[in-house]
Design a protein around this ligand. Structure first.
Ligand code: GUN
Ligand code: FE
Length: 431
């Protein structure tokens, strides 16, 4: 058995509002799985070498539960638009370029490199409608070592004529994608991705719903992401009282795979029921909801109602890869919400860290905590100290989330194995 021992300031979420801290503690990893976290090293391990990270922090790797891989080249561009203007001006033209597999071959290795750089080692991705480019992305994710859900997106209406699918073909190609990718790798799995209700016909959604049941796969989409989007969806699906009911009615919640919904800014009681009933995951994307001015997810009230909430960068609606920065942005937005809404109670750091690590990681299995039985998917972070004045380790983590970046991430581990962003990038482009 391969045993590795790491020493440092270990920080991990115990629960929604509790953090576990082991200052200068030890984490013992056996065959990629954490077998113990200790303040004093048990005698049985004394004969092993210790990899000592000194005053640095050892934390779980981040999970990005909502990101659009083809929008990589749009990040930080068109940010003065609102949602529909942004989609039509920037996003649809950009995504349509992925009809060319060679273009995808240039862009996607950069996306994967940047996830690794920024410590997002579990990711859930949107792509485009093009089979070939989606296949390439999926295979690159396998080669990279990341944990991921990915697939082919679907859209058959209210889309520009240069970027839209025929309904039957969209269903056929999605089935082919699932069949050809479902057994390729334990870490990377297909998921069904209807873009959002306004661009998907009922016939398309029902066809996809049948695939969810037949192949037992999950769904990833946008849900009540703005008032305009929710109103449009209800207009198009008058038989449903809410955005969420559209997916329930068409069978898309019937697979045993994860049900992941980005934004969830204005949920109704129907969404409250659906999230609990189907153990769905809502994804808070603070940068994106600011950029496309959708509103602020009511994180603490959703948590009290029993929602699972993770975090996403939503690049390119969001402009920055680092999930650590989404932690600080979530806190900023939560304070603004509390300022403007008397009844709202803001989130605190432990809540946001939990969403970014433990809640997101759970979607991929025993991942997201530095705790016995969890996979050692972890990061080593600079302690963020100044000369002459020291802050406690928890404050160092908070500071990293506010002002740190990928240069402060010193090591990245997946299943206990070190992973280097530039090495992975070279491997992907040479292949
Ligand atoms: N809704 C439909 N498409 C998109 C997209 O590409 N990004 C975001 N943030 N919302 C969407
Ligand atoms: Fe999005």
């Amino acid at each position: 058995m391969a045993i590795s021992i790491y020493r440092g300031n270990i920080i991990s979420s115990r629960s929604w509002d509790e953090l576990d801290v082991h200052e200068r503690g030890y984490v013992v990893v056996e065959d990629g799985i954490i077998s113990g976290v200790h303040d004093e090293l048990p005698e049985e391990y004394e004969k092993y070498d210790i990899c000592d990270y000194g005053d640095r922090l050892i934390i779980p790797a981040f999970s990005d539960l909502h990101m659009h891989a083809p929008q990589y080249v749009e990040r930080g561009v068109g940010m003065d638009c609102l949602l529909f203007e942004w989609l039509n001006t920037y996003t649809f033209p950009q995504e349509s370029r992925f009809a060319d597999r060679n273009y995808a071959g240039v862009i996607y290795p950069q996306v994967i490199r940047d996830f690794i750089r920024h410590g997002s080692l579990q990711v859930n991705l949107f792509s485009t409608i093009h089979y070939e480019a989606c296949d390439l992305l999926f295979r690159m994710l396998i080669d990279s070592g990341l944990y991921a859900y990915a697939g082919k997106i679907n859209m058959d209406m209210n889309s520009p004529e240069y970027y839209v699918e025929d309904t039957e073909e969209s269903i056929r190609e999605t089935e082919r994608f699932i069949k050809e990718h479902i057994d390729l790798c334990n870490r990377v799995k297909p998921i069904i991705i209807p873009r959002f209700a306004p661009t998907c016909s009922k016939k398309l959604l029902k066809g996809l719903g049948e695939l969810c049941r037949k192949y037992d796969v999950g769904i990833h989409t946008h849900l009540v992401e703005s008032k305009a989007e929710a109103a449009w969806a209800r207009e198009l699906f008058p038989m449903c009282t809410s955005d969420g009911e559209i997916y329930e009615m068409t069978g898309l919640l019937q697979g045993s795979g994860p049900k992941i919904f980005a934004h969830v800014i204005f949920p109704t009681e129907t969404e409250d029921r659906i999230f609990r009933q189907y153990s769905a995951v809502s994804v808070h994307c603070p940068d994106a909801t600011t950029n496309i001015t959708a509103g602020i997810m009511p994180v603490t009230s959703l948590h009290e109602k029993g929602y699972d909430i993770a975090i996403g960068s939503d690049v390119g609606g969001g402009h920055f890869f680092g999930i650590y920065r989404q932690i600080s942005r979530a806190l900023q937005l939560s304070k603004m919400k509390e300022f403007y809404e008397e009844d709202y109670k803001r989130a605190v750091f432990a809540n946001a860290f939990y969403m970014a690590t433990a809640a997101g990681g759970r979607v991929f299995g025993n991942i997201g905590k530095i705790e016995k039985g969890y996979k050692f998917n972890a990061l080593v972070i600079d302690n963020m100290q100044d000369e002459g004045f020291r802050i406690p380790v928890l404050e160092a983590l908070e500071r990293f989330c506010y002002i740190g970046d990928d240069r402060n991430i010193r090591e990245r581990f997946i299943d206990g194995v070190r992973i280097d962003p530039d090495e992975v990038y070279r491997k992907l482009i040479e292949k």
